[in-house]
Design a protein around this ligand. Sequence first.
Ligand SMILES: Cc1cc2nc3c(=O)[nH]c(=O)nc-3n(C[C@H](O)[C@H](O)[C@H](O)COP(=O)(O)OP(=O)(O)OC[C@H]3O[C@@H](n4cnc5c(N)ncnc54)[C@H](O)[C@@H]3O)c2cc1C
Length: 525
Amino acid sequence: MSKKTAIIIGAGPAGLTAAYELLEKTDIHPIILEESDQVGGLAKTVNHHGNRMDVGPHRFFSKSDRVVEWWLRLLPLQATTPGGHTITYHGRHHELQVANPGPDPQSEDRVMLMIKRKTRIYFLRKLFDYPIRLSWDTLTKLGVIRVFRIGVSYLQSLLLPYRKEENLEQFFINRFGKELYLTFFKSYTEKVWGIPCNQISAEWGAQRVKGLSIGKALLHAVRKALSGARFTASKQVETSLIEQFMYPKYGAGQMWEETARIVRERGGELRHGCRVTGLKTDGMRIVAAEAVNVATGESCQLEGDYFFSTMPIRELVAGLRGDVPKEVRRVAGGLQYRDLITVGLLVHRLNLRDERNGQRGGLVPDNWIYIQESDVKLGRLQIFNNWSSQMVADPNTVWLGLEYFCNEGDDLWETTDDELTHLAAEELCRIDVINPQDVLDSTVLRTKKTYPVYDGAYDHFDVVRKYLDQFENLFLIGRNGMHRYNNQDHSMLTAMRAVENILQGVTSKDNIWSVNAEDAYHEEK
Ligand SMILES: Cc1cc2nc3c(=O)[nH]c(=O)nc-3n(C[C@H](O)[C@H](O)[C@H](O)COP(=O)(O)OP(=O)(O)OC[C@H]3O[C@@H](n4cnc5c(N)ncnc54)[C@H](O)[C@@H]3O)c2cc1C
């Protein structure tokens, strides 16, 4: 019997995991078709003059032991404290003991770093702790008048809440009061989604910020004050406040370059510059992928036994040959996405005050900073030096990633690279993060479909899912492949489950869709 073939669309985390797992567990031959010339998809790392940049901040964290062990098999965890690490994410959820000795990051390249998370919110030209803490520092930075207004508007919300929460604005105001909503939620949320909070559904908030409330913050602050050092030293506080995550020495993309290397080494195929434009069907089976060579425009067809798709569902359904129901085409065609521009900016120094020593001009400790200032378009600022020293060619410089959330084709998307660089530098100067004379170099990266949007046609997404699930040999996996806000670990788990289903002859796709169905945490909270 000839060997069976799996056609995998996309060499991002999901596609590469599928290929790896097929090679590890089956004798099915994987062929990955990737339209770009890089691997890693949204989790790739680009190299600009020796400075490395991710599309957006990519922490490696997971509640799944299986995923964490998979990562550490490919890139072993660095050696640090004697006795090994206890990896704890989000406190109670995950503990994994990793033994030393691990590789030394100074001398080894294949290594996963363990990084302490530090992120803050920039507002009123000041840095506030994230997650927001009810601390003296927060109160003094906000000032007496604003704190008073926050208190009054919170009481107002308690006494006169919106009875029916119809949108995200009302959802936030009911929980935090109007002033706190305006201070810490409105501007950043609107930058990310590009629409006013009063046009975003309240369910979205319920899904994304569940469990968060002033009541809990107050309770936490009071408990902490009452029990003092004893509570601070307790494991619960230690694990939930000192968050850490893993990160490959050469950027998120290193994980996927390593996976691609192993896939090839074990006989898997990876074809770059190959864009899938359609899937040929025979009844309820997929029989071939139609693809076009991005460079030459030449088209080709590849037959296969199994098809794994990580391409956006909107495009997949548009290219599905055969008698597809009109409603399926309509809903899939209406799925929306949010896109992202990342501007890499190399500067001599920052102009932010480092609270550890009160000095300006040094490197603040943050991995990334949420920009809540409403007078700039900038959404989030990454400081790559604080991810890995290897992300920066010259350690005496600071390598920044400025994230601009936008829609493909809008004014920002259409702005030229030079104008975007100018905008990025000008905005950072305006909000006192850098001085104009310190800019040294820049690059611009446009990434389509970074965020699948849960709005509009998505309300009827089930129609699409149910229809596509009927194709026994088609597996929708990953992030845009499932139109789901999946992180790397979720994307990998969907690929792993799809391979297992093939192995075990399971035809239902329910266990794939159940990944990340009710997880409380995502890359943003
Ligand atoms: C800003 C941002 C921050 C994030 N932060 C984190 C984080 O901190 N931690 C975390 O774990 N995850 C994070 N994620 C999520 C993570 O990037 C995704 O979960 C992961 O990349 C999804 O993998 P994927 O393989 O499903 O899709 P993708 O990464 O989108 O890869 C799909 C691949 O398919 C290719 N492709 C698409 N269409 C076609 C076609 N028609 N033909 C051929 N090839 C095609 C693309 O070029 C791409 O290479 C973040 C994402 C973003 C956008």
